[in-house]
Design a binder for this molecule. Structure first.
Ligand code: RIB
Ligand code: CA
Length: 310
């Protein structure tokens, strides 16, 4: 499965990159970055670090939008720290950003091989929205798009809104309004992907630099999620959106119409999910559960397959 990952690393984005690199069925064509968890410069450096740890030497990392379409950039440094990947000792990346812009990379890569590329969007949807406006054919040319974002219950940035959609609601409205095969993997799914002590034990036995790095990332991420969200174990959001396309049985879905609130004073960034309008235009596959044990096995097997040397 050919994938382009659009992301804002971010601890959980980095884990998704490890999953993509280690899974035998995934061919990472590129990693594009968007400002979100941290500034564009920092998330791009972090994507290069994650690609370095994952052994993705020949995969282009291409920087994209430095902020939302209309709103000011609001980063999540309370969760991901000053660097955006706080926790492990700094790593000098051997992977460096490629020339060009993420929007053009997404368009060119997808249109060069219609029907073959899966987009996996793990941050604010600014790059994806601009790509759709610049090349509307993108919606039909991708095989599918899987998005970590939204929620059909409650948000994590406000009671109504999840961070990726909250960060750029206008971009999300463009993306959810396009006629493509879209899977929404929201908080209703990812809050079941909790990195508990039992889960951590599944990775502690692995000897690779990537496994150690993952453990160090999760230790920091656990502490900040406890402090900010009062969660005993941190939800590892982003790899769920990739798992949903690697093995759809891991994330059961239902059809629903999804609209994005952009005007609400208290609800901007809310994904309004209507399971009663599943046949409407604009309906998508909405994640409603997680086969957690299968998810952690998928991730552990992928991490175990990563290079033993950096
Ligand atoms: O709400 C969770 C999402 O926001 C994840 O993608 C996390 O990395 C942050 O971007
Ligand atoms: Ca993210």
């Amino acid at each position: 499965m050919k994938v382009v990952i659009d992301c804002d690393p971010g601890h959980d984005d980095a884990v998704a990159i490890l999953l993509a690199a280690g899974h035998p069925d995934v061919d990472v064509l590129g990693i594009t970055t968007v400002a979100g968890n941290q500034t564009l410069e920092r998330v791009t450096t972090n994507a290069c670090v994650a690609a370095t740890v994952a052994g993705l030497r020949d995969v282009p990392v291409v920087a994209g939008s430095n902020g939302p379409l209309l709103r000011r950039l609001r980063i999540a440094d309370s969760i991901h720290g000053e660097s955006g990947l706080d926790g492990p000792a700094p790593i000098e990346p051997t992977v460096h950003p490629a020339a060009g812009h993420a929007v053009d990379f997404i368009i060119d890569t997808v249109l060069a091989q219609p029907g073959e590329v899966t987009l996996v969007a793990l941050g604010p949807l600014t790059n994806v929205a601009i790509a759709l406006r610049k090349a509307p054919a993108l919606a039909q040319a991708v095989d599918r798009i899987s998005i970590m974002g939204g929620s059909w219950t409650r948000g994590n940035m406000t009671p109504a809104a999840e961070f990726n959609v909250w960060a750029d609601p206008e971009a999300a409205a463009v993306v959810f309004g396009a006629p493509w095969d879209l899977t929404m993997v929201g908080l209703d799914v990812t809050h079941q992907a909790l990195y508990t002590d039992e889960v951590a034990a599944r990775f502690e036995g692995l000897a690779s630099p990537a496994a150690r790095w993952l453990g160090e990332l999760m230790a920091f991420y656990r502490d900040t999620n406890r402090a900010v969200h009062q969660m005993g174990a941190p939800p590892v959001h982003d790899p769920c959106a990739l798992a949903a396309v690697i093995d759809p049985s891991i994330v059961p879905t239902r059809e629903a119409r999804v609209d994005v609130e952009t005007a609400g004073t208290h609800t901007a960034g809310m994904t309004v999910v209507d399971f009663g309008r599943r046949a409407d235009a604009g309906s998508h596959h909405v994640g409603v559960g997680l086969e957690a044990d299968a998810f952690w096995s998928l991730l552990a097997n992928a991490v175990a397959a990563l290079p033993l040397e950096r």
